[in-house]
Design a protein around this ligand. Structure first.
Ligand code: MC0
Length: 146
C-alpha cells in the first residue's frame, strides 16, 4: 500500500545554488545531505511536511557526481527539472512484487539503498506514462505506516 508522496526528485547542475534558491525563495531548509555513490548523485533533502502515516514528504535535489550517472544523462538530454516522483510504503518488496505482477517493469531485482538508509526501487518510466517512479520504505517506518 502506498501511503504518501515520499519525495519529488529534481535534477540540477549545481546543488548548492539550487538549495539556495529553495531557501531564499520559499524558506525551505536542508534536512539532510548525502552522496550516494551507487546512484551517482549528491543530494539534499528538504522536508516539506509530516504525513498522516507517520512519515514525511521531501523535495530531493539531485546533482550528478559522474558523467555516466542516470541523472547526468537525463540533464544532458532535458536540462534541469523534475526527474522522478517517489511514493512511500511500509512494504517496498510487496508493492514492487504487486506492480511487477501487473506488467510494470521494476528496475531492481531487490531494493537498493536510498536516501537516509531507506530501501528503494524504481519503475520504468515507459510503463508509467512517462514518469520515472520510485518506491521507498523509510529506514524506520513508523508503526502508523502499517
Ligand atoms: C529516462 N527516461 C525518462 C527518465 N529517464 N523518462 C522520464 N523520466 C526520467 N527520469 C526515458 C528517456 O527519455 C528515454 O525515452 C527512455 O526513458 C530510455 O532512457 P535512456 O536515456 O536511454 O536511459 P536508460 O534506458 O539507460 O535508463 C533509463 C532508466 C534509468 C529509467 C532505466 O534512468 C534508471 O535506471 N533510473 C533509475 C535510477 C535513477 O534514476 N537514479 C537517480 C536517482 P525515449 O523516448 O527517448 O526512448 S537516485 C535517488 O533518487 C535515490 C538516491 C533516492 O531517492 O534515495
Amino acid at each position: 500500500m502506498l501511503t504518501r508522496i515520499d519525495h519529488i526528485g529534481i535534477a540540477c547542475f549545481d546543488l548548492d545554488k539550487t538549495v539556495e534558491f529553495y531557501r531564499s525563495t520559499y524558506g525551505f531548509e536542508v534536512f539532510h545531505t548525502e552522496v550516494n555513490e551507487e546512484q551517482g548523485v549528491r543530494e539534499a533533502m528538504l522536508k516539506i511536511n509530516e504525513t498522516s502515516d507517520g512519515g514525511a514528504s521531501y523535495l530531493q535535489l539531485l546533482e550528478p557526481t559522474r558523467e555516466d550517472s542516470t541523472v547526468a544523462k537525463w540533464l544532458a538530454k532535458n536540462g534541469e527539472g523534475v526527474h522522478h516522483i517517489a511514493f512511500g510504503t511500509a512494504d517496498v518488496d510487496g508493492v514492487a512484487a504487486d506492480v511487477r505482477g501487473k506488467g510494470v517493469r521494476v528496475l531492481y531485482d531487490e531494493p537498493r539503498r536510498g536516501s537516509m538508509g531507506s530501501r528503494i526501487t524504481f519503475l520504468h518510466p515507459k510503463d508509467c506514462h512517462g514518469v520515472l517512479t520510485e518506491l521507498v520504505t523509510s529506514a524506520e517506518p513508523s508503526s502508523a505506516e502499517h
